[in-house]
Design a protein around this ligand. Structure first.
Ligand code: HSE
Length: 315
């Protein structure tokens, strides 16, 4: 029998929300991510053959795993009847706030798009990947999968129709990212959110998001720092992350441009204008979370490209 070639795709970690952009704004980081391998299968539909790197924690059933659910959503619309097999290789920690489920979904749809030579536009890939997010945490929020697929900083300006706006990235923007040593399921972090917000708070929030977009277009990092403030979602989630408020205060005191929760947390990010300052902020985050009894690990990174095919085809 002729061996069936594998196609392997990579999708990066993402930082979503970025202060005032809850569920509509995120960025891709340059470094870590997840990989998905895809090959043609025997029977119509998507079969997840294996998952590695998750400590056995993720669902293996094809109809439950975020990667296979996203791939199946793609097939349902663009290639009904196609038969695909997947392998998922996790590089990102689960329940971390680094867009782990989004990276798996993004890598899966990019791998399948390449395998079947569909050549789909990013919006179609993002739409399918959202189905994976919905399977993972009950909400098909697009603010991780959109930057995971497009790369850079992406605003999801509307859901129906899906409108994705790529925003400029200031080249000197550096990010310190620290993941405390526990996981926080996104569904749990969403359960504590307020069901309604006061009009006055919504106005302040909207103004900050506008300022953030302006700051990115101007490449003005100090304005960006002013804009990355969230008085709606962050206060509800901070109690779920031991040491968060102390870590943030220490970062701000040390001159961080901004500091907030990455996605649903517990990863905490701080913005800096150069690599050295970002390293210093990482040390501060490490000290604060270690002091709070939730030592974890972190890294310094910049904004990076989106999901891509790594190898095609591999036997
Ligand atoms: N915007 C989502 C949230 C991201 O904050 O719940 C979750 O990864």
């Amino acid at each position: 029998m002729t061996p069936r070639p594998w196609i392997e795709a990579f999708a990066p970690a993402t930082v979503s929300n970025l202060g005032p952009g809850f569920d509509c704004l995120g960025l891709a980081v340059a470094g870590p991510g997840d990989r998905v391998r895809a090959r043609l299968g025997d029977a119509p539909g998507v079969v997840l053959l294996s998952v590695a790197g998750d400590g056995g924690k993720l669902p293996r059933a094809s109809e439950l795993n975020t990667a296979s659910v996203a791939a199946q959503a793609l097939l349902n619309v663009y290639a009904p009847g196609a038969a695909v097999e997947l392998e998922l290789l996790k590089g990102l920690p689960l329940g971390s706030g680094l867009g782990s489920s989004g990276a798996s979904a993004a890598a899966a749809v990019v791998a399948v798009d390449a395998l079947l030579d569909l050549g789909l536009p990013p919006a179609a890939l993002v739409e399918a990947a959202r189905a994976g997010e919905a399977a993972a945490c009950g909400a098909g929020h697009p603010d991780n999968v959109a930057p995971a697929i497009l790369g850079g900083i992406v605003l999801v300006a509307s859901l129906a129709p899906l409108r994705l706006v790529a925003l400029p990235t200031p080249p000197s923007l550096w990010i310190a990212l620290y993941t405390p040593g526990f996981s926080l399921p996104t569904a749990q972090a969403r359960a504590v959110l307020p069901g309604a917000v006061r009009l006055a708070d919504a106005v302040v929030h909207a103004a900050r998001l506008g300022l953030l977009v302006h700051a990115l277009h101007e490449g003005d990092l100090s304005l960006l720092g002013e804009a990355v403030v969230d008085d709606i979602v962050e206060p509800a989630r901070a109690p779920l992350i031991p040491g968060y408020l102390e870590a943030k205060a220490a970062c701000c005191e040390a001159g961080a441009l901004a500091c907030s929760i990455s996605g649903a947390g517990p990863t905490t990010f701080a913005f800096a204008s150069d690599h050295g300052r970002a390293q210093a902020l990482l040390a501060i985050l490490d000290e604060a979370f270690t002091h709070a009894g939730v030592a974890g690990q972190g890294f310094v990174d910049q904004v990076g490209p989106g999901a891509r095919v790594l190898s095609a085809p591999l036997h």
